[in-house]
Design a protein. Structure first.
Length: 137
């Protein structure tokens, strides 16, 4: 499959898919806890304040980490180019327009949108409408 480069191409092909599971954004400065969690984390990022992780909710709960904002993940199935411009902005603007907070994670193959679990249905509808507005299927 060819990479999409323009915002219109990326939005048209994004095909949002709800990933199963519930997740939380968490942080730790404990090296032993970090070592236990890294292999189970969806994503990790080292910040000056500690290791940030996106973890399955149940795991974070067992580890005693804050779990007050369970999130769901929507994967944008388009193969967007790393140098592509506009997908993240369009997605976050569409969700913001509906009053839905989001956290975007760009990975190598796809972009992933994390929204509070309570907004999952609204978020999917907003993204499908965004895609349809670009001539998507």
């Amino acid at each position: 499959m060819a990479l999409a480069h323009t915002a219109s191409e990326m939005i048209k092909g994004m095909s949002p898919r709800l990933r199963s599971g519930r997740f939380v954004f968490a942080t730790t400065t404990d090296p032993d806890q970090a070592a236990r969690l890294i292999s189970e984390a969806l994503c990790i990022y080292r910040e000056a304040e500690g290791l940030s992780l996106i973890l399955p909710l149940a795991l974070a709960s067992r580890e005693g980490l804050a779990c007050d904002l369970p999130m769901i993940c929507i994967t944008l199935e388009v193969f967007s180019a790393l140098q592509g411009v506009g997908l993240t902005a369009a997605v976050s603007a569409a969700l913001a327009g509906q009053g839905i907070p989001c956290n975007m994670v760009a990975a190598y193959h796809h972009d992933h949108v994390f929204v509070p679990e309570s907004h999952s249905g609204e978020a999917m509808r907003a993204l499908i409408e965004l895609q349809a507005g670009q001539g998507g299927d």
